[in-house]
Design a protein around this ligand. Structure first.
Ligand code: HSE
Length: 323
């Protein structure tokens, strides 16, 4: 029987969540795929860190080539984070004929056309459901069930860390610094939380959403972006007095002349809008399609297991084509 062999790049928070998802639901995953599914090699320097999982030491490799040059490996999961070297490694894997699954919004957003071209030329799949909205199945829905729509607008709470910070500042009156530390400890924040709090992570995700929804790619650096570092307790209180909440929103809209308007910034939303009910690290993506109307995707947008769930979903979709 064919065994699906996977090479994993990175065993950090999300890598560990992915490994745990496979171990936790192995019987169901293998039953659904119709073959054994195993992570056989892992590129990771920090072998001894206690991750709460048992990983045989012989799985660890020191070089990505040990994975890319192994003809038995079908799928590479990239969970290193950051633009480089991740993007170059994703491209190398695709050009080595490996299917790639990634949660890396920064690498995909900054290299969208380059990576899609490498996948096409390599005759393999590049899947990145986990890159936007963590565990929320938003990209697959937009490009699958909803593909018959012409989309006019997207409003997204797509960064768990900043939503967590703004929510705790709003509901518990905590200070920005106290809440940021908490978000980092829970594994939502990026290694360098500047990407979260300055809105860069949300811009990466908006870039991917626009490419898929509007077939309009904009490099994240070209998306007007303002983070939450200047939002004060007084701003939050002022909004509250007007029945509004402050949320970091990734926004894009197709205008009547066909042009696309886009930005990421803290916006005030009325407390009856569906996005106002998105608390803690949860994410939501509100979209308007001309056939379906308004839809909101909601769920856990960050964290090891929700993101691991989306990564393994993509892995299984590919695996089913290989058995
Ligand atoms: N740092 C990101 C967030 C992780 O807080 O949403 C998920 O992409």
């Amino acid at each position: 029987m064919k065994e699906i062999k996977i090479g994993l790049l990175g065993l950090g928070n999300i890598g560990t969540g992915t490994y745990k998802t496979l171990e936790m639901n192995r019987d169901q995953i293998e039953g659904s795929v119709g073959a054994p599914v195993n992570i056989v090699r892992i590129l990771e320097k920090d072998i001894d860190r206690d991750r709460g999982i048992e990983v045989p030491r012989e799985k660890f490799v020191a070089k990505a080539e040990d994975i890319f040059e192994d003809p038995e490996i079908d799928i590479v999961i990239e969970l290193l984070g950051g633009v480089e070297p991740a993007a170059t490694l994703i491209e190398s894997a695709l050009r080595s004929g490996k299917h790639v699954v990634t949660a890396n919004k920064a690498a995909v957003a900054a290299n969208y056309h380059r990576l899609r071209k490498a996948a096409e030329e390599g005759g393999v799949q590049l899947r990145f459901e986990a890159s936007v909205g963590g565990g929320i199945p938003v990209l697959t829905a937009l490009t699958g069930c909803l593909q018959a729509n012409r989309f006019s607008r997207v409003l997204g709470i797509v960064n768990g860390t900043t939503n967590y910070i703004l929510d705790k500042m709003t509901t518990e009156g905590l200070s920005y610094d106290e809440v940021l530390k908490d978000a980092q400890a829970k594994g939502f924040a990026e290694a360098d939380p500047t990407a979260d709090v300055e809105g860069i992570d949300a811009a990466n995700k908006l870039s991917i959403l626009m490419a898929l929804m509007f077939d309009h790619y904009v490099h994240p650096k070209d998306i007007p972006t303002k983070g939450i570092t200047e939002v004060t307790a007084a701003d939050i209180e002022d909004a509250r007095s007007k029945n509004q909440l402050i949320k970091l929103i990734a926004y894009a809209e197709r205008m009547e002349d066909g042009s696309i308007k886009y930005e990421v910034r803290p916006m005030r939303i009325i407390d009856t809008h569906p996005l106002s009910g998105v608390h803690r690290e949860y994410n939501a993506v509100f979209v308007e399609g001309n056939a379906v109307g308004n839809l909101m995707f909601y769920g856990p947008g960050a964290g090891p297991l929700p993101t691991g769930s989306a990564v393994m979903g993509d892995v299984m979709e590919i695996a089913k084509t290989l058995v």
